[in-house]
Design a binder for this molecule. Structure first.
Ligand code: SAM
Length: 267
C-alpha cells in the first residue's frame, strides 16, 4: 500500500495530516496566487466553456467545478460550498451565476484568509468551519457543492447527514471526489442509500480527470519546485497528481476511482 492510500484509509491520521498540510501548503504558495487545489477535468470533444480572460489560466480546474455543477441552476439560490480551498471555484461560480448568496467554508484558516483577501463578488463570503459539523441552521441552503475534499474527512456518512440537514427540501447536492478501493463501499452506500437524498446522476470521470492532470502538469511541477523544500518534492508531486506520479498512474489503472454525483434532498 502506498503512502497516499495508507493515509486515505486511516480516518484519524487523515484528519490530522490534512489539518496540518493544507495551512502549511497555503502559506508556501501564497505568493503564487494559487486559487484551485484540484486535479481538474477536461473533455477533448466538449464545446469549449466561454471564460473571461482572467479565468483562462484555471480552465481545467474550472471545468471540474462546471462538471460537478452539471444541470444545477445557481441563479438566485443560497449556495454553500464545503471545502472551498483557495476559493477559485467559489469566485468563478458566484461571478458567473449570481446566486442569492454563496458561502465558502473550509477547515483551513489560512485558506479562508486568502479567499477573503482575493475574491470579491456580490453575495460571496468565506468562513472557517468543519465539514463534519456544518455551522448552519437546518434547511438553510438550496445547493451544496463539494469538490475533491471529502476523502480528507474522517466520517463521510456523517458529512452526508450534515448536507441533508442543511439542504432545504428539493435542494441539490453536487459532489465530486476520488477513492481507493477500501473507501469505495462506504462512499457509494452513503450517497446511494441515504434516506433523505435521491441520487440523480453518477459518473466515473477518470478519463477526464487524467486529461486535467496532464494539462496542469507543467504548472503544478513549477508550483512545487518554487514553493516547497526539495526534500518533499517527490511526495508533493504525487499529491499534485502530475503526469507519471503515483496518483496519476492509479487513476490510469483504475485503482483510484474519481466520480461525480448529483443528488436531491427529498421533501
Ligand atoms: C484538495 S482541496 C480542494 C479545494 C477546492 N475544493 C478546490 O477544488 O480547489 C481539499 C480541501 O478540503 C479541506 N478540508 C479538509 N478537511 C476538511 C474538513 N473536515 N472540513 C472542511 N474542509 C476540509 C482542505 O482544507 C482543503 O482546502
Amino acid at each position: 500500500m502506498g503512502l497516499i492510500e495508507e493515509i486515505l484509509v486511516r480516518p484519524k491520521l487523515r484528519q490530522k495530516l490534512w489539518a496540518w498540510w493544507y495551512p502549511f501548503f497555503t502559506r508556501r504558495v501564497r505568493a503564487q496566487g494559487i486559487d484551485f487545489l484540484n486535479y481538474a477535468f477536461h473533455e477533448d470533444d466538449a464545446p469549449p466553456l466561454v471564460l473571461a480572460a482572467a479565468d483562462e489560466l484555471n480552465r481545467p480546474n474550472i471545468q471540474l467545478y462546471e462538471h460537478a455543477r452539471g444541470d444545477v441552476d445557481l441563479r438566485g439560490r443560497r449556495v454553500l460550498e464545503v471545502s472551498c480551498g483557495h476559493g477559485g471555484g467559489a469566485s468563478y461560480l458566484a461571478r458567473t451565476y449570481q446566486p442569492a448568496g454563496y458561502v465558502g467554508l473550509d477547515l483551513n484558516p489560512e485558506a479562508i484568509r486568502h479567499c477573503q483577501a482575493r475574491h470579491q463578488a456580490s453575495g460571496l463570503r468565506f468562513q472557517v468551519g468543519d465539514a463534519q459539523r456544518l455551522p448552519f441552521a437546518d434547511a438553510s441552503f438550496d445547493v451544496v457543492i463539494n469538490v475533491e475534499a471529502s476523502h480528507c474527512y474522517p466520517d463521510f456518512p456523517g458529512f452526508v447527514d450534515e448536507v441533508a440537514r442543511v439542504l432545504a427540501p428539493g435542494g441539490r447536492f453536487c459532489h465530486a471526489d476520488l477513492r481507493y478501493p477500501n473507501g469505495l463501499a462506504e462512499w457509494m452506500a452513503a450517497l446511494t442509500k441515504h434516506p433523505r437524498l435521491r441520487l440523480d446522476a453518477l459518473r466515473l470521470i477518470n478519463p477526464e480527470v487524467i486529461r486535467g492532470m496532464e494539462l496542469n502538469t507543467p504548472r503544478y511541477e513549477a508550483m512545487v519546485q518554487q514553493a516547497l523544500p526539495r526534500c518533499v518534492h517527490g511526495l508533493a508531486l504525487d499529491f499534485a497528481g502530475v503526469k507519471g506520479s503515483r496518483l496519476y498512474r492509479d487513476a490510469v489503472s483504475g485503482e483510484m476511482s474519481y466520480r461525480s454525483f448529483r443528488l436531491t434532498k427529498l421533501a
